[in-house]
Design a protein around this ligand. Sequence first.
Ligand SMILES: NC(=O)c1ccc[n+]([C@@H]2O[C@H](COP(=O)([O-])OP(=O)(O)OC[C@H]3O[C@@H](n4cnc5c(N)ncnc54)[C@H](OP(=O)(O)O)[C@@H]3O)[C@@H](O)[C@H]2O)c1
Length: 310
Amino acid sequence: MKRLQYQRYGGPDVLALEDAETPTPARGQVLVGVRAAAANAMDWKIRNGEMRPMTGRKFPRGVGHDFAGVIERVGEGVTRLHAGDEVLGAAPLQQAGAFAEFVIADQNSVAHKPDALTFAQAATLPVVGLTAYQAVTQAGKLRPGQDIFINGCLGGVGRVGVQVATGVGATVTGSCRSGSEADAHQLGVGAVVAFDLDPEPLTGRFDVVFDTAGTLPYATARRMLKPGGRIIDIVPSVAKFVRSLLPGPYTAFMGRPDSKDLQHVADAAGRGEIATHISRTVSLTDAIPALIDLENAPTSSGGKLVITTD
Ligand SMILES: NC(=O)c1ccc[n+]([C@@H]2O[C@H](COP(=O)([O-])OP(=O)(O)OC[C@H]3O[C@@H](n4cnc5c(N)ncnc54)[C@H](OP(=O)(O)O)[C@@H]3O)[C@@H](O)[C@H]2O)c1
């Protein structure tokens, strides 16, 4: 099969589209024929070696996590999924490899694709959808009638976060780049502020501060909370994980594989309650320059790059 891969951590020049052996699913895994895959910021953080403690030193490494496709084979112990099922999912952090003709995934990271979604639409959901859903509803425990602030509300995770929060029945305030306010309002964000927001008028107003960009100073986020409120930050660092262990409102959150949560997100998207924004679609053979463009773009506006295998 064809697979985008690299032999050492580094810049975009390490990427190559190469022939690779089609993998065999181990116990609890499935082999999926990829129809579409989607890029995430973590794809190049991993390739750069920024997540080395989690991603190890085994090469060649594949690229990409999000995919949608058709199950080719299931490993031992897999009963919920069958060959021929149309699915979406995420390849494991340690292995990646979704930018390929076939990918291996753990069954707990795979859900059935609703008929209403195209493979391209479905492929954009797993990482941003699962992260936003779990961060807002589980880590943030957002309830109907509450108030949430979403920093970076037009990013990939931010966009889904807004839709999950309005779906819960919460009121959303968000930050975005100057000039994109209308886009944010259209998505369901009430009040919109700039990235370099003045915390004064936002003091004590939110049950949840969801920092999808990881840029809000802790003191600012803390000041914006109502008593008992929570800060959820999805761009962790060692210092942030340490803070997260201390008593207080702050959580450095990592999305976790959960097929039930992923199915919930996929079904919501199938009903039209959650939508992602696809900015570009390319074939696997044209993926490298498109990934480089995305990585170097000054702004993403949450637009997803989709890579197809046909
Ligand atoms: N913890 C986890 O499990 C997890 C899961 C998924 C993603 N992540 C991480 O979460 C981050 C967001 O992911 P994503 O897929 O949503 O990325 P994305 O699509 O690039 O979105 C990032 C958003 O942040 C905005 N932004 C840029 N500078 C900002 C600032 N100074 N203040 C506020 N917002 C700012 C961007 O606006 P412009 O586009 O206008 O620049 C964009 O809307 C990435 O670092 C990613 O690695 C973590």
